[in-house]
Structure formats: C-alpha cells, structure tokens
Design a protein around this ligand. Structure first.
Ligand code: S3P
Length: 744
C-alpha cells in the first residue's frame, strides 16, 4: 500500500545505497512523506532488494550502483563505515558524482572524509557527510521505520567547500523526517561520539567478555539483576559494525579510554585507602550529571526543556485558609553552600531551598571540587575544602537565572589562583555586573565582562587583592556580600558602607562560621587571615516566598493563613511593615532565634487594605516583595505611591514596567515613575499577562486572582521553580485555584 505523500517534494531522485535499518528507514520515510519524486534503493544483496520492494521502502531497487545512481539528485550512502571507501571510489567514476548531493550516515566522520578525499581528489561541493544518532535493537530492511529519526539528533559535518544548496537540502530532508539537525566539525563529531557512544560500547563489550571468560558456564549471569542488564544492553550490538567503528575512530576513542583509565586508577586507589570522601565526590557529581542527562533524554533537547514556556492559569473564586511552611530562604541557602565550601570541616544544613537558583550554587561548587551531599528533603552536607581548597572547574560555570550566585561567587573567584568564567541564562545575561566588577577591580581583581558590563564574566586567577573601604552607591546586599567575600582573600581589611540597611545574612553567617566581622552602623568590616569552621545551619522559611501568602490572605475574603517558621530577620521584614501600614491583620507568633536568625509563625487574616505612601527607608527591606505588594495596592482603597525603588528595574526583569503592564491589563490604573509607581486601588478583571520569565511576577499575578473577576493567564511562568518549586501545590492546599499549562 502506497502512503499518501504529505509534503511537497524537495528533490527529484533519491538513491539510497545500503538498505540496512538506517538506509531503509530513510528511504521509506522520504517516500511516504513525498520528499522526492522517486526513491531508488541499491543493495548488493538481491534478496534485500526484493524485500525492500515488498516493504514499500523504495519505488525500484537494483544491485548495481551505476544503475541506481543514474540520474540521481541525492545519493545517500548507508553502508558500514569501512565499506564506504570502496563505494566512494566507484561513485567517483560516475557522472552523478559531480552533479548530485552526496551524504552518508556513518558513525565516524574523519574516516569518511579521508576516504572521500582519496576517491574524489578534492571534496565535491555536493558532499555533506552526516550521522543520525538513532538506532534500534532490530536491524535489516524489514525493521525499516519511518519514525526512526523523529526527535533524534542528526549531526551534519559539511566541509569548507560544501555548497549552501547541498547543506540546505540535506538539512531539510532530515528535518522533514522530524530530526533535530546540528552542524559540527568532523573532529568535534568524532571526539563527542568517542566519549558518549564508542567508549560505553567498548566498556560493555569488554565487561561482558571479561566476566564470561572467568566463568566458562556463564553461570554468574544467572545472578545478574537490572543493573547488569542496563549496563550491558549495548554489548548485544552488531560486532562487525563496532569492529569498524573502533578501527575508524581509533585515536579519539583511545584518548577517551586513557582519560577514563586514569580516573579509574584514582578511584581504585581511593577505595584501597578507604577514602570515602573521594568516593562520595565522584558519586554525588555523577548522580547530578546523570539526572541532568535524564532530563535531556526524557525531553529531547535540554535547551528546549528549559525554554519551554509555562503559562499559569489563575482562576477567580479561590480562598486562602490553612497552615503551611514555605520553602527555605533563598539568600541564606546560597550562603550556606558558599561558606560551607570554604570552611574547614563538614557543614550540615537543614531546610535548604531545593530551587533552581540554590541548586546552581551547589553545582558551581561541585564543579570546583567540593563534595556536597544532597539535597534530600532540605538536608545538605558540605565537605568544606577550606579557604584555599577550591579547584579549577572543568569549564565555564553556568549559574542559570541566579544573580545572587553570579555576584557573590565573583567575589570568591577574584581571590582564587585559577581563571573562571561565569555564564547565565538569557535573563541573567542582561543584568548589570559592573556593580561588582568595578569595586573588585579596585581591589586588584582582573575581570572581563560582556558588553556594557553584562555577563559572561571572566575572572582571572592569581591576582593579589588588597582590602579597601567601599561606599556602595546603591543599597545592595549582593554587592556588599561580594566584596566581603573577596575581603577573605585581600590583604588587610575590607569594609563596605551601605546607603540604607540591606539583608545582613552574609555578616551573620560569617560570624556563625567563626569568622570575625565588625558591624558599626552602616559599615561592615572584616580582615583576611582567619578561618571559617564548619557548623550546623537550619535555614528558615523564606519571607520572600511567604510574602505571596501574606498578601493572598490579606486580600481574600474570610481568609486565615498561618505561615510557619518564617525568617523575620529585621533586614527582611519590610513587607510586614508595609502591609501593616496598609492595614493588614498580621500577627507574629512564637518568635525564636534559630542558628543566629530570628524565626516566627505569621498569622494573617483578611483585612480592608488602604493605599499609602511607602516610606523610602523600607524599600531595601522589601526589595523582592514589591511585585506582590503592587497587587496588595491594587486591592487597597485609594492610592499607593512608591518612590526610591529604581533597583526594581534591574531585577530578573524591569519589575516596574512589567507589573504596570499586567496591572493595566487587569483594568488597574497605574502610573510608572523612573524610580517607582503610583497605583490606584480598584476592581480587577482578568486577561493575558506576561511574567517575562520572572518568578516573582508570575506568583504575584497568581495571587491577584483572589480578587479578579475573570481568569488570569500568566505567560512566561517557567522560572517559578528558581525560588519556589512547590508554589502551585501550596496554593492548592490553601484553596487558591492556580494551575500550569505548557506553552508553545
Ligand atoms: C539578594 C539581594 C537582593 C535581592 C536578591 C537576593 C541576596 O539583591 O533582590 O533576590 O541574597 O543578597 P540586590 O543586592 O541586588 O538588592
């Protein structure tokens, strides 16, 4: 039965040479999708040719290369790697060698390119080698599967003289079959495949053979469980094919094998010496790398997963009642990893925020050789390496969306002996870094930034830093913390004065780790030459996450919410003060001090809020809570005015404009100011709003639904997991009606 072509043809005659699984699947897919006018199959085995016709793989088949290639517009070689050379020689003598586009599907590209050079002299403009990373346990023409390449990578390795038309045509053919096409150099392809495909196959073949030879009856395999089966599945692959691959990609595989052999020798030595810490390091790093890889496997391409838009849909009519504990404080979580890593001894942390930002900090320190166990249900164990024990990371450190990681880390990295590069996601890549780079340079650091002081940051190691006093031009805890951390490595003393109080978690935690810090009024000061000693830390719940429910319970009808174990450090409680000034009913219960940080349960009940002029002194103390405070203002009676908050424009997005846009969509009257906003309280409708990937904006509009008359659809909500991974679950627990949809 001939399937109906669904596409316009891209080319005339396609000749596929070699009708094994890959060649036959390509031919059949091209035919079914109508990607060419005729598909000709060539195979030296006449029986295969006959079966190919029966399986609707080609329009006609032949065992003669010359006959099959006559008049071909595209010739695809789908033959074993070491056979391709002979076929290319024959092909070179045919007229189509000069006119057709020629490609292949071999797993080693260097050997193919060398064979082509030998056959053709100069590489033809129509030659575009390729490699689909797809396969199946089944083989042969009867296994032909038109969906084989869907959502699989195809790597093309065009040479310098490949024509644009040829590259475009081959790219389109694969794309129409549903493949993800990437271009790479031959060398890079062979190196990457040696590591991720060839080496594991070598190990699987080698392990099974080694075990089998030790036990003639293969008896031990009777005791093998899932682990053995998973690890050795690929040892059932085609021996001839792998023989060809290992001989063709010998040098790249040997390089990978040597590196692994060295690592295994070190692992062996660690076992011999009972070095459990080394083993934990390898296993914790490997586990994270494997989890990351599972995401790639499950979701096709990692970047695509990360870029997938989430839309929060917030329905009106929800309620807010109950008792919850929001996740751990983000600022404190970051700092536990940083200071725990630089301390001597083992630091144990409970209540750690398992959000993407804090996980990025863990990964950064793992990259620098620190062994970190967890997080498992908020528990993290950090095996500190001391102030001078960090090791060069294997590549750039990627910190995702986390500004705090990038800014604080740059202070630590400025004092290291090695170079590092810090990169982040699209949002972080737009944020200003000169605020830390400039004063660090004044201390002697060498730092390169992207244009206009944006990420990436390259920090040169081996500099001698000198302590200094810095009058911060803006109230920023990140800048203050960055400089104090650099001060741990700078000669003499380092001090920072702030124009208004900002969160003091760094100062408190340094002291908690036994490092002397003096705080006098607006100045924090430390001297180098001391040590950090490991400690135990309990991270309180994040008041910035609690803030969404402080507002939710204030604006909802008949609400009564208790938020347990919330950190109420006075440098963070601006949101409570502002809401109380607006008339909120918040009581602070069971105040206690845990690990140097004050903690309390917060009980909030519905209240009629009123508009106020927000005291400027409270701005830095509520800096992350303004998006949700704007929602409170929209629900208040009268006008709320905020000034002195220009910092809001350089957060994860411009929080003044983005909130104003969304509020206007909901029908709220808003006027933006260079350093603030004026909001007239009134009724809210619903509609489509955009969070621009800013977690706090997405959560704020979710809260707005409690007073909206229509549903609110919040685009760009995918970053909520950076600070509050279980936000939707906790909303549901309290009776709020917010759900997530995957966008385009
Ligand atoms: C933070 C400081 C604040 C805050 C950020 C976390 C910190 O940034 O907005 O979410 O952990 O030090 P600034 O220092 O830029 O105000």
């Amino acid at each position: 039965m001939q399937a109906q072509p669904t596409e316009t043809p891209l080319t005339g005659q396609l000749t596929v040479v070699g009708l094994g699984l890959i060649g036959a699947s390509f031919a059949k897919a091209a035919r079914e999708l109508g990607l060419c006018r005729e598909v000709v199959g060539v195979d030296s085995n006449a029986g295969t040719c006959r079966t190919a016709l029966q399986c609707a793989v080609a329009d006609r088949t032949t065992s003669s290369l010359q006959e099959g290639c006559a008049g071909a517009d595209v010739i695809l070689l789908a033959v074993p790697v070491l056979t391709a050379g002979g076929i290319l020689q024959q092909l070179a003598g045919l007229p189509e060698a000069r006119t057709a586009v020629i490609s292949d599907v071999g797993s080693v590209k260097g050997v193919f390119e060398r064979a082509a050079r030998q056959a053709f002299g100069e590489l033809p403009a129509g030659l575009v080698p390729g490699h689909p990373i797809a396969g199946s346990e089944r083989s042969g023409v009867t296994a032909a599967n038109t969906g084989l390449f869907r959502q699989h990578k195809v790597i093309l390795t065009p040479h310098a003289g490949s024509s644009t038309q040829a590259v475009t045509l081959i790219t389109q053919l694969w794309q129409r079959m549903g493949a993800d096409v990437e271009h790479m150099s031959v060398q890079q392809h062979d190196r990457v495949l040696a590591a991720t495909s060839h080496l594991p196959h070598l190990l699987a073949f080698g392990l099974v053979d080694s075990l089998a030879r030790r036990d003639e009856n293969l008896d031990i395999f009777r005791y093998a469980a899932g682990g053995f089966r998973d690890f050795t599945r690929i040892a059932a692959s085609d021996p001839q094919m792998w023989h060809d691959i290992f001989l063709s990609n010998r040098d790249a595989v040997l390089q990978q094998l040597d590196a692994l052999t060295d690592d295994l020798a070190t692992l062996r030595q660690a076992m011999e010496q009972g070095d459990g810490r080394y083993l934990m390091g390898v296993f914790t790093r490997a586990r994270v790398a494997r989890e990351h890889f599972s995401t790639i496997l499950a979701q096709r391409a990692y970047m695509q997963t990360m870029d997938k838009e989430l839309i929060f849909v917030a329905q009106p009519g929800g309620s807010a009642n109950g008792t919850i504990r929001v996740p751990g404080d983000k600022s404190i979580s970051h700092r536990t990893i940083m200071l725990g890593s630089l301390a001597k001894g083992t630091t144990e942390v409970d209540g750690f925020l398992e959000g993407e930002d804090a996980l990025a900090t863990i990964q950064a320190f793992r990259d620098m050789g620190v062994v970190i166990e967890g997080p498992v249900e908020g528990r993290v164990v950090i095996h500190g390496v001391g102030l001078h024990g960090l090791q060069p990371p294997p590549g750039p450190i990627y910190v995702g969306n986390s500004g705090t990681t990038m800014r604080l880390l740059s202070g630590i990295l400025a004092g290291q002996a090695f170079d590092t590069t810090l990169t982040g996601d699209a949002s972080l890549s737009k944020r200003p870094m000169n605020r830390v780079a400039q004063p660090l340079r004044d201390m002697g650091a060498v730092i390169e930034t992207g244009p206009e002081g944006r990420p990436p940051l390259t920090i040169r190691g081996g500099q001698s830093l000198t302590g200094m006093h810095y009058d911060m031009p803006m109230a920023s805890a990140q800048v203050k913390s960055c400089l104090l951390l650099a001060g741990l490595y700078a000669a003499g003393s380092t001090s920072v004065s702030e124009p208004a109080p900002t969160r003091d978690h760094s100062e408190r935690m340094l002291q908690g780790f036994g490092y002397p810090v003096e705080v006098h009024g607006s100045v924090a000061k430390l001297e180098s030459g001391h040590q950090l000693s490991a400690t135990r830390i309990e991270v309180p719940a994040d008041i910035s996450s609690a803030a969404f429910f402080l507002v939710a319970a204030s604006i909802a009808e008949n609400a009564d919410v208790t938020l347990e174990h919330v950190g109420i450090n006075p440098t963070r409680t601006g949101v409570i003060d502002i809401l109380k000034l607006m008339g909120a009913d918040i009581s602070i219960e069971r105040v206690r001090v845990i690990g140097g940080e004050p903690v309390a349960d917060l009980r909030v009940r519905s209240a009629q809020l009123k508009g106020i002029e927000i005291p400027e002194a409270l701005v830095p103390l509520a800096i992350d809570e303004f998006p949700v405070l704007f929602i409170a203002a929209a629900c208040a009676e009268g006008r709320t005015i905020l000034r002195g908050a220009e910092e809001l424009r350089v957060k994860e997005c411009d929080r003044i404009e983005v909130m104003a846009d969304g509020l206007r969509t909901l029908g709220v009257q808003v006027e933006t100011l260079p350093d603030g906003i004026i909001i007239e309280g009134g009724p809210m409708g619903g509609g489509e709003v955009w969070a621009h990937g800013d977690h706090r904006i997405a959560m704020s509009f979710s809260v707005a639904s409690l007073r909206a008359s229509q549903p609110i659809r919040i685009h760009g909500s995918q970053h909520v997991a950076t600070s509050f991974p279980n936000f939707l679950q906790l909303c549901a627990r309290l009776g709020m009606r917010v759900s997530a949809e995957v966008g385009q």
